[in-house]
Design a binder for this molecule. Structure first.
Ligand SMILES: [Zn+2]
Length: 254
């Protein structure tokens, strides 16, 4: 089972959804699979910019809350996890351009943007169902069995990935693609790539995967571990402080 990330990822990318204008107020929700142990999900009713690690809800492997109150769309997330064991994270948001397409009945089903073909594929439109219902959960989960992003009619979008970071960036790619799609329509309509080019682009997918972030030195440090010598290792720092202390005895460093 995929391991999609921890509380920190939920907070980092939840806040980013708000900062990028992909959600307003209490809109949207994120979740991550914790291997075969259970799930984390954003809480219901809390603006994403106010997210903190301690308010993230925890659910068991059957999707039942253990602590906190998960988003009202949690059943949709859980339905996706059940159908896609490879999925480690789910992001649901209302990004304006993607949602505008979804409100006017458009799918992003024509391959006109080369890099979107590689990283996102086509994005189908799921017919309208009331929010937070089993019908919506089933429709979205079934459609995502063959895609990594869907538009939800008169509502918003859902993206999935092996981890929260990938699922979040798919939402960003989806919104950028939707914006370009709209501008292309205003300029007379996008011109789709030929089918043989689309097949070639799909074959390039592996080479275009997002690089993994190196592990941080410690959970409080934003910098990467210093294997390349760019950052000081602990023993180097201790040695430097000792030298500093002997040069400036008045500082009291030993
Ligand atoms: Zn929504």
């Amino acid at each position: 089972m995929a391991d999609g990330g921890g509380r920190r990822d939920i907070v980092t990318y939840g806040v980013r959804l708000h900062e990028r204008g992909f959600v307003a107020a209490t809109d949207g929700n994120l979740s991550a699979r914790l291997g075969d142990k259970g799930f984390l999900a954003t809480p219901t009713g809390l603006p994403k910019e106010e997210l903190r690690e301690e308010v993230v809800a925890v659910l068991d492997g059957e999707g039942r809350p253990l602590s906190g109150k998960p988003s009202s769309e949690w059943p949709m997330h859980y339905a996706i996890y059940r159908l896609r064991p490879d999925v480690g994270a789910v992001v649901h948001a209302h990004p304006p351009f993607a949602t505008a397409l979804a409100c006017s009945g458009h799918a992003i089903d024509r391959p006109f943007l080369s890099e979107a073909v590689i990283s996102l594929g086509t994005v189908p439109l799921v017919p309208f169902e009331l929010p937070s219902t089993g019908e919506l959960a089933e429709r979205v989960a079934r459609t995502l069995s063959g895609h990594d992003a869907v538009l939800m009619a008169n509502h918003g979008a859902v993206t999935v990935g092996p981890d929260v970071r990938t699922a979040y960036y798919r939402m960003e790619t989806l919104e950028q693609t939707a914006r370009i799609f709209l501008y292309a329509e205003l300029l007379g309509g996008g011109r789709p790539l030929p089918q043989d080019t689309v097949e070639h682009l799909k074959g390039l997918g592996a080479g275009y995967r997002m690089a993994e972030l190196p592990a941080p030195v410690c959970e409080h440090c934003p910098v990467a571990a210093g294997e390349d010598g760019l950052y000081l290792r602990r023993e180097e720092l201790v040695k430097l402080l000792a030298e500093f202390g002997s040069l400036y005895p008045g500082m009291g460093i030993k």
